[in-house]
Design a protein around this ligand. Sequence first.
Ligand SMILES: C[S@@+](CC[C@H](N)C(=O)[O-])C[C@H]1O[C@@H](n2cnc3c(N)ncnc32)[C@H](O)[C@@H]1O
Length: 261
Amino acid sequence: MESNQLAEKQRVLAEAGQARHPFKEIFYRLRDPALVGDTVMRAAAQSWHLISPSEFSKLYRQVHGHTMCSVARLRGLHEGVKWVIEKHLDGDIVECGCARGGSAALMALTLRQLGERRNLWLFDTFEGLPAPTADDPDYEIAELFTGSCLGQLDEVRKLFQDQGVADGVRFVKGLFQNTISQSHIERIALLHIDGDWYESVKVCLEELYDRVVPGGIIQFDDYGYWKGARKAVDEFFAKRGIKVEMKRLDYSGRAMKRASP
Ligand SMILES: C[S@@+](CC[C@H](N)C(=O)[O-])C[C@H]1O[C@@H](n2cnc3c(N)ncnc32)[C@H](O)[C@@H]1O
C-alpha cells in the first residue's frame, strides 16, 4: 500500500476509533484486576521519579513527556544499555516502534551518561500505528488504536537534537515489513520491540533475532498488554524450540537475554 493511502486509511480508522475510545477499552481492561493494581503502581513510580535525585530519574525527567512507556520499562532499557556496555557486547541498539522518541532518547542519554557511542536504529511509520489484523486476538479493541501513538519524524529528530544525542541515530520511516529487511544492521546488542500488534512483533523477531549477539538484550513492551504481541513472541520461540527466561518488568514489559546459539 502507498504511504499516502496508508495515512488516509489510518486517519479514517483513527477518527472512527477515537469516537468509541476510551470507554470501550476501559471496560475491557477493567476486567483484569492485575492491570488496575499496575496502573496505581505506575502512577506512584512516575511521581517519585519526577523528584528523585537518582541518575536514572534525571534521565527519566528529560524524556517522560515524550514516551508512553512506564517507568519500569524505561528502567529496563536503562539497565539493558548499562549491561551491554559493562559486558562489552558488540552491536547496535535497535528500537522498533519509537512513536515520539522518548524510550529511544532514554537509551541515547544512557549511552552518553556512560561516555559510550553506538549506532541507534529507530524504525517507525512515523504516521501512527498501522491497523492490527485478524491475528490479533483482541482485534476489536486494538483496531480503535489505528493511527494513534503518532510521532512525526521531525518531532523525534528535534528531540534528539535538543538533547544533544542525535549523532549515530538512524531514523527509518515506513512499515517494519518493508524497511527492516532492507537495513544493513550486522549485530545487535539491544533490541527493543514496541510495535503492539502481532504482525509487527512477528516481523521484528523474524528479521532481527538472529542478529542479536549472545548475552544481548531483547525487551518487549507489549507482552502483557496486547494479546497479539504475546502470541507473536510465544509462537516465535516455540517454533524455534527455544526456551526463554523472561524477566517481568511490569504488567506489560518483559526482557530477556539471548542465550548462546
Ligand atoms: C506504542 S508506540 C511506541 C512507543 C514508544 N516506544 C515510546 O517511547 O513512547 C508503537 C509504535 O510502533 C509503530 N509501529 C507499530 N507497528 C509498526 C509497523 N508494522 N511498522 C512501523 N511502525 C510500526 C507505531 O507507528 C507506533 O509509533
